[in-house]
Ligand binder design. Structure first.
Ligand code: VGL
Ligand code: ZN
Length: 199
């Protein structure tokens, strides 16, 4: 029987993060069968969906810059991405084979001025998404995380959750990384430092 205090967080398994997408993560689609199967083991399944308005401030095109460079935002350094996961587009849709029968879909990155990697806080590390309250009011204190990308949205979500006091496990076999400039190694270290069980 799935434990009532545990939830599975399925992060950003959307077309734009899969091969052929605008910000494709190598092998991103390969995790879908394993993620679908893992959903059976959880009483609560939550999916996140990166959900940007056109012209979002995290897009290189909004700064006349090259993708994968960085810029300074009021909240710190921001990587500039190719246009991706624009609200209502096919790129923002979940992978066609992903089970979407979860309890909650939480969208993030919809504020034009702030990116949001984490499912808990926008990139200013202060503006909440409301997910913490959803989990606490439902008595959930243990989270397993899977999805895309290991070094950005999974990493930020896992570290924030651990800081908030949740017990967090990241299943790296069901995650895939962007891995730019050592970001995967840094994410692994950061998650372990924060007390995330990475396996
Ligand atoms: C993500 C970069 C930009 C992610 C989202 O889901 O990891 N990465 N937006
Ligand atoms: Zn994004």
């Amino acid at each position: 029987m799935p434990a009532p205090n545990e939830a599975l967080l399925v992060i950003d398994i959307q077309n734009d993060f899969c091969p052929g997408g605008a910000l494709a993560v190598t092998g991103g689609d390969g995790i879908v069968p394993g993620v679908n199967q893992l959903m059976d083991d959880f009483a609560t399944v939550i999916l996140t969906q990166d959900w940007h308005p056109a012209g979002h401030s995290s897009f290189a095109s909004s700064h006349k810059a090259e993708p994968f460079t960085t810029t300074q935002m009021p909240y710190g350094t921001q990587v500039l991405w190719p246009d991706h996961c624009i609200q209502g587009t096919e790129g923002a849709a979940f992978h066609k084979d992903l089970r979407v029968d979860g309890d909650l879909i939480i969208r993030k990155g919809f504020n034009p001025e702030i990116d949001s990697y984490s499912a808990f806080f926008e990139n200013d590390h202060t503006t909440p998404t409301g997910l913490e309250g959803y989990l606490r009011t439902r008595g959930i204190d243990r989270l397993t995380m899977v999805g895309l990308a290991t070094d950005f949205c999974v990493n930020f979500s896992a570290v924030d959750a651990a800081k908030l006091g949740f017990a967090v496990t990241v299943r790296t076999d069901l995650c895939r990384a962007i891995d730019m400039d050592g970001s995967l190694a840094a994410a692994m270290d950061g998650m372990k430092q924060a007390g995330v069980e990475v396996r």
